[in-house]
Design a protein around this ligand. Structure first.
Ligand SMILES: [Zn+2]
Length: 430
């Protein structure tokens, strides 16, 4: 694939330099020897710290966007990042005018607001997608509504919209407030590179959730991972040659609106020194974007009756996906294989697999602007999309549903990203 605009050219060149020896096919290639300093950094991650961060997030319920529990979670995450030494926190501010929770009272409020602006009343609420969930062609091949081929058993999916299905009454109370249209914020902080502060890797997850649980796996698990990496990379004895930005997106569940706002506000600022001569780069050039979304549950395919095993399968792995149809497919693929080789060397328990169908998460708005990948517990379309995770957007997405083999899969994804980004950004221990 040929690169056609200046940012892309620079991005591709730097990646080529960084992945010396990498092949686009993913064939086995010589890899650098295991590094003691990277092993030391990876060793600063641990299961208990990851679990403690998850318990911290659980206190804010499902962190639905546009609610006070969501704003309190953003404040808490920011305070945690600062306490880890990532003190230069900043926020993106944007407007989100849609509604996740629609009921008689929110429709009345919205209709009054529309009438005040001279707009017609809202149409009555639709019933969602109609028609069968899967169709079968003349050859017996099964497709979902988006035209993806589906194989094997499927389980139910969907978003729980009934707060009364949350049996924990304290959690139900926390999750009760509906979202209100208006201003939104999301937080990030940056480890500034000592040699190339004008270039960076983005390490991210989304902190909002829904479903009237605690959004613990979707996406507390990715949020806690990003926070843990911010903690390790901001240890006082760590320097990096290039910058790393840790971002906790809001409004992922409403259509990636937080990530889209970031791209809209900041893509054009990349690599610009401001003020001139200061050596400061408010938006370092994007060398790669690494998203983490649903990290812990890999219990296998549903049984024929749609039920999923309550225990982690022995073949559990970290799924690294790039978008095979994106402008940066070649570079993103190299990045994905580089992550897999890092997993080989530095992750303790679970292997990684690479796929080409990155979808439905905050890396999507970046995929045609720089190399972008996602790390997940399962493939998003073929597995998550066919019901492999029964906690997804449900009241059971709470801490007590998960056990150490689940938490450990999230930790192994953290080890994978930490070791890969440490190499790419040129991390050093003093
Ligand atoms: Zn998610």
């Amino acid at each position: 694939m040929r690169l056609t605009f200046p940012i892309a050219v620079a991005c591709g060149f730097l990646l080529a330099a960084t992945y010396a020896g990498a092949q686009t096919t993913g064939a086995a290639t010589a890899s650098p020897p295991i590094s003691d300093s990277i092993r030391t950094l990876v060793g600063r991650l641990n299961l208990e710290s990851y679990k403690a961060t998850l318990r911290g997030l659980q206190r804010f319920g499902d962190r639905r966007q546009g609610t006070s529990r969501n704003r309190a979670a953003v404040d808490w995450i920011e305070a945690q990042l600062k306490s880890y030494g990532c003190t230069n926190t900043e926020r993106i501010t944007y407007q989100f005018l849609g509604r996740q929770v629609q009921n008689d009272s929110t429709r009345r409020v919205d209709s009054l607001a529309r009438a005040a602006q001279g707009l017609p009343p809202l149409p009555s609420r639709g019933t969602g997608p109609t028609g069968p969930r899967f169709t079968t062609d003349a050859n017996g091949v099964r497709y979902d509504r988006q035209g993806n081929i589906i194989k094997g058993n499927v389980g139910p999916t969907g978003v729980n919209m009934n707060p009364l299905l949350q049996p924990d009454t304290a959690l139900r109370r926390i999750d009760m407030e509906p979202d209100t249209p208006g201003e939104r914020q999301e937080v990030y902080c940056t480890k500034i590179g000592t040699g190339h502060p004008n270039e960076m890797y983005i390490v991210s997850g989304h902190m909002d959730g829904h479903g009237y649980g605690a959004a613990l796996n979707d996406d507390g698990s990715g949020t806690a991972l990003v926070m843990e990496l911010a903690r390790v990379f901001n240890s006082p004895d760590v320097t990096t040659d290039r910058s790393i930005r840790f971002i906790l997106w809001n409004n992922e569940e409403t259509g990636l609106n937080g990530a889209r706002a970031y791209v809209a506000q900041r893509a054009s600022l990349q690599g610009i020194e401001n003020p001139k001569g200061s050596g400061k780069y408010p938006e370092p050039k994007w060398l790669g974007m690494i998203q983490h979304d649903m990290m812990m549950w890999d219990h296998g395919m549903p049984e024929p009756d749609g039920k999923v095993s309550p225990v982690q399968r022995r073949e559990a792995d970290v799924n690294i996906e790039f978008a095979g149809t994106s402008k940066f497919a070649d570079e993103a693929q190299k990045l994905a294989w580089f992550f897999r080789r890092s997993n080989d060397r530095y992750a303790t328990d679970y292997p990684a697999a690479v796929g080409d169908r990155m979808s439905n998460t905050d890396s999507d708005p970046f995929k045609d602007l720089c190399p972008a990948i996602s790390l997940r517990e399962n493939e998003r379309l073929a597995q998550t999309g066919t019901g492999w995770n029964p906690t997804w957007h449900q009241p059971i997405d709470v801490y007590s549903t998960f056990s150490d083999p689940d938490f450990r899969l999230g930790l192994n994804a953290a080890q994978t990203t930490l070791s890969a980004v440490a190499q790419l950004a040129g991390a050093r221990l003093r």
